[in-house]
Design a protein around this ligand. Structure first.
Ligand code: SF4
Length: 711
C-alpha cells in the first residue's frame, strides 16, 4: 500500500489521494523537541531561505498547492543537518508529506544522497512519482536511480546457462514443464528488457522459475569473474547509481552494504532512513547470518553442473539434511553456552563436506567447455560463503546471539548482534550524515542506534490532521486483565458493541493468531456484516476488499499493524486487543534485556510496545477528512502507573475516554454521516466526557475527571 505519510506526493491521476485538503482548523504542530542544537547563524538563515523557497515552488505545483507547517519545519531542519553534517531524527506524523521534506533540501544542497526505504510501496512512490515530479519542478537539475538487491535482477549468466542446456534445466530443478516454460519466457524477456528488474514483469514468476535465472550475493562471483559481467543488469544498475545524485534503495540493502563496508552502494554524503522505527531490526538482520539445510542442497545443485562426483554432492546434501533434522528439534530455542553435541556434530560434518566439495571444485579447469568456468566461480563463491558461516556459528562471539527459528519443516539458525548501537557506531555514524524519519519515533531511538547524546538533533513536527476533532482514543478500562482466563469472553462482547456502533468498518488488530481466530469465530455469527481475517485472502486482495466493502471488518495480526492505508469510510474503528509488548522468550530481545539489566523494560520492551501501538493506531486517520475511534481493549493502558503515559504520549493528540458509551456514540455519529465530513464545532457528544492530551493531568473535582484520572 502507498505510504500514507507521503500522501502529498504528486499523482496526476488522483489529486485527491496525494493532496488532501488541509483541515480548516488543523491541530497545531507540537513545539519541536530539539536536542543539542545551537542558535541559527546567518548561514543557517540562508540555507533556511533556500529550502523554504524551493519547497514552496514545489508544493505550489501540486494540485491543491497546500502549505504544511510541519513539512516546512522538517525541510529546514534537514537542510541544516546536511550543512552541519549533524545527524537528525524527525518524527513526522501522518500527512506531513515527509518525502518532499527530505528530498527537496537534499537535492537543493547538491550532495549525493541515498534514500533507504523500508517498504516497496514507498520506494515505488519515490521513484515513480516524487522524484520525476521534483525533476520537473525544482530549478536545480539532478539525476536519480533506484538500486535493488542483486537477486531482483535477471542474471544473464544464468539465463545463458538455462537456455543452452536442457540438462541444466533438470539440474536446477526446472524440469517441470510449467517451470521450464516460465524460464523460457523469462529468457525472452531478458533479451528485450532494459533494466532486468523483476518488478517490470507483468506476471509474477514462480519462485523456482525466478531462482533459475537469478543469483544472490552469496553466489555471484562478481562482474570481473563472470563472462557476462559486461551485460549484467545488476552491474548496470550499480553504475547508474554511482552517477546519480539521489539513489533510492531498500533499507535491507543499505544494511547489507554497511555490513560489507559499503561495498554494495556508491559513496554518498547523506543517507535518509525512512520508516526509521524499523532500522534497528533491519541492522540486526543484515549484520547477522542465517543457516539452513537448503543452502547445502542449493550448493549441491550448482556443483552438479560441473563436477561428475555424485558421492561428494550426495554427501553434501546429506549433511544439509542432518543439520535441518537437528535444527528442527531446537526451533524456538536460544543457543548459548556449550553447543548441543548433536548440533555441533552436524555443523562439523557440514563443514567437512563443504571442504570436500571445495577441493573437488578447485580441480575443475577454468577453461572447461561452455560455461564451466563461470559455474565454477559461482560454486566456489557459494561454497566459501557457506564455509565461513559454518565457522562463524561454531564460535559465536559474546556480542552476538544465536537461536533457531522457523518451523520444524524449515528451521533456520540465526545469528545477530545483540547491540545495534555498537555496530552502527563503526559502520555508519562516522560516515554519511544520517537523517532518520518516521511517523512514530521512540524517544530512545537515537540512544539505541548508538548516536552520541548531544551530537544529534531530534524534532517532532506533528501532523496536519485534526485529531482533536476527528478522533477519539477509547480504553476499555473495565475489562479484566488480558492475561486472565475469561478475558476473551469480555473482549468479544466489547468488540461486538464497538463494531455494531461503527457499522462494521473495523480494522481489529490482534497480538496473536489465537486471539484473532477466537474473535473471528465468536463474532462472525453475531455481526450482521462480513468479517474477514488475514487467512482469507492474500494481503493486497484482502485490503482491496476491505477498502471496497464499507461494512466489512478485517481481523488481522502483527503484519497488519503497519503499512496499511485505507482512507475514507471503510475504516472508522481500529481496535487493539492488548498492548503489543514483545514476547518474553524472543531470543534477541532476551539477550538485550540481559544486557540492559534493571533498565530492560524501559530500554527494550517499552519502546517496541509504544512504537507498535502508535503504528497500529496510525491506521485510523489517513486523510484530513477521516474520523474514527482507536479502541485499546487492554485496561493496563488506563491503569498502569508504570507506563500508561508512555503509551498515551506515543499516540497522536486525540481526546480520550474510558466510557464505552462515549466511544459508541462517536462511532454511531460517524456511521450515520456517510459523507464522513469533518466536524469542527463542539457539539458532538464526546466533548463533555473526554480529556485532552494537551492537558495530561486531568482536573479533579468531577466524577468524569476522576474516572479518567488514570488514563
Ligand atoms: S555478475 Fe554475472 S553472475 Fe553475477 S549477477 Fe551479473 S551476470 Fe549474473
Amino acid at each position: 500500500m502507498p505510504d500514507p505519510d507521503d500522501n502529498q506526493s504528486p499523482d496526476p491521476d488522483d489529486g485527491s489521494t496525494h493532496s488532501p485538503t488541509p483541515s480548516p482548523s488543523p491541530t497545531p504542530s507540537p513545539s519541536p523537541t530539539r536536542r543539542g542544537s545551537s542558535p541559527a547563524t546567518a548561514a543557517d538563515r540562508r540555507i533556511d531561505a533556500n529550502v523554504r523557497s524551493a519547497l514552496a515552488a514545489v508544493t505550489a505545483a501540486l494540485p491543491a498547492g497546500e502549505d504544511r507547517p510541519g513539512q516546512v519545519e522538517m525541510a529546514i531542519a534537514v537542510g541544516r543537518a546536511i550543512t552541519d553534517k549533524r545527524p537528525l531524527i524527525v518524527q513526522a506524523g501522518t500527512g506531513t508529506g515527509k518525502s518532499l521534506a527530505y528530498l527537496v533540501p537534499a537535492i537543493v544542497s547538491g550532495v549525493k544522497v541515498v534514500i533507504a526505504t523500508a517498504t516497496k510501496a514507498l520506494q515505488d512512490q519515490l521513484a515513480g512519482k516524487d522524484l520525476p515530479f521534483l525533476a520537473t519542478h525544482l530549478e536545480r537539475p539532478f539525476e536519480f536511480a533506484v538500486l535493488k538487491g542483486r537477486s531482483n535482477y535477471v542474471c544473464m549468466q544464468r539465463v545463458h546457462e538455462a537456455t543452452t542446456s536442457d540438462a541444466q534445466l533438470t539440474l536446477d530443478g526446472t524440469s517441470d514443464r510449467g517451470v521450464a516454460d516460465e524460464v523460457r519466457t523469462l529468457a525472452e524477456w531478458a533479451a528485450r528488457t532494459e533494466s532486468g528488474d523483476r518488478a517490470e514483469l507483468d506476471v509474477e514468476p514462480s519462485f523456482r522459475a525466478w531462482a533459475a535465472v537469478s543469483v544472490g550475493p552469496r553466489e555471484c562471483p562478481g562482474a570481473n569473474n563472470c563472462p557476462r559481467g559486461g551485460e549484467c543488469f545488476a552491474e548496470h544498475a550499480r553504475a547508474a547509481a554511482a552517477e546519480a545524485d539521489v539513489v533510492v534503495v531498500n533499507t535491507h540493502l543499505y544494511g547489507l552494504s554497511l555490513e560489507a563496508g559499503g561495498a554494495f552502494l556508491p559513496e554518498h554524503d547523506v543517507v535518509v532512513i525512512d520508516e526509521a522505527h524499523q532500522f534497528e531490526d533491519v541492522v540486526s538482520a543484515t549484520f547477522g547470518l542465517d543457516l539452513t539445510g537448503g543452502r547445502f542442497t542449493n550448493l549441491s545443485r550448482i556443483a552438479q553442473a560441473i563436477i561428475d562426483d555424485p558421492t561428494t554432492t550426495a554427501d553434501l546434501e546429506a549433511a544439509g539434511a542432518r543439520l535441518a533434522d537437528v535444527l528442527a528439534d531446537q526451533v524456538g530455542r536460544r543457543l548459548r553456552g556449550t553447543m548441543d553435541p548433536d548440533l555441533a556434530d552436524a555443523i562439523v560434518l557440514g563443514r567437512n563436506r563443504v571442504d570436500a566439495l571445495l577441493g573437488t571444485l578447485r580441480g575443475v579447469p577454468d577453461d572447461g567447455p561452455g560455461d564451466v568456468g563461470a559455474r565454477k566461480q559461482r560454486a566456489l563463491k557459494a561454497a566459501s560463503t557457506l564455509a565461513d558461516d559454518l565457522d562463524y556459528v561454531c564460535d559465536v562471539p559474546v556480542s552476538h546471539v544465536a537461536w533457531v527459528e522457523g518451523s520444524p519443516d524449515n528451521p533456520v539458525l540465526r545469528v545477530a548482534p545483540i547491540d545495534v548501537a555498537e555496530v552502527l557506531r563503526t559502520a555508519l555514524w562516522d560516515g554519511a550524515t544520517a537523517i532518520l524519519t518516521s511517523a512514530t519515533i521512540s524517544p530512545t531511538l537515537g540512544d539505541r542506534l548508538g548516536l552520541t547524546p548531544g551530537a544529534f538533533d531530534q524534532i517532532d513536527v506533528g501532523s496536519p490532521f485534526d485529531y482533536e476533532a476527528n478522533a477519539l482514543l477509547y480504553c476499555a478500562a473495565d475489562l479484566p486483565d488480558p492475561r486472565t482466563p475469561d478475558f476473551d469472553e469480555h473482549l468479544h462482547r466489547e468488540l461486538e458493541a464497538l463494531i455494531i456502533a461503527a457499522g462494521g468498518r473495523t480494522l481489529a488488530l490482534f497480538t496473536s493468531y489465537r486471539a484473532m481466530n477466537a474473535a473471528a469465530d465468536a463474532l462472525r455469527h453475531r455481526l450482521p456484516w462480513p468479517v474477514l481475517t488475514q487467512n482469507d485472502l492474500p494481503k493486497p486482495a484482502l485490503i482491496a476488499r476491505f477498502a471496497a466493502e464499507e461494512s466489512t471488518s478485517l481481523f488481522a495480526t502483527m503484519g497488519f499493524w503497519q503499512g496499511i492505508d485505507v482512507p475514507g469510510p471503510s475504516l472508522s474503528l481500529v481496535t487493539i486487543d492488548r498492548l503489543p509488548f514483545p514476547r518474553p522468550d524472543e531470543p534477541l530481545l532476551q539477550a538485550r534485556r540481559e544486557r540492559a539489566r534493571a533498565d530492560a523494560f524501559r530500554v527494550v520492551d517499552l519502546p517496541r510496545a509504544t512504537t507498535m501501538l502508535a503504528q497500529g493506531a496510525g491506521r485510523l486517520i489517513r486523510t484530513s477528512t477521516d474520523r474514527g475511534v482507536v479502541a485499546v481493549l487492554d485496561a493496563r493502558m488506563a491503569t498502569s502507573a508504570a507506563y500508561r503515559w508512555d503509551m498515551v504520549s506515543a499516540l497522536p493528540p486525540m481526546p480520550r475516554t474510558r466510557e464505552l458509551g462515549v466511544a459508541e456514540a462517536f462511532l454511531r455519529e460517524i456511521r450515520d454521516r456517510p459523507d464522513h465530513a469533518t466536524i469542527h464545532d463542539s457539539t458532538d457528544s464526546t466533548d463533555s466526557t473526554t480529556d485532552s492530551p494537551a492537558a495530561p493531568a486531568p482536573t479533579a473535582g468531577s466524577a468524569e475527571a476522576e474516572a479518567d484520572a488514570d488514563f
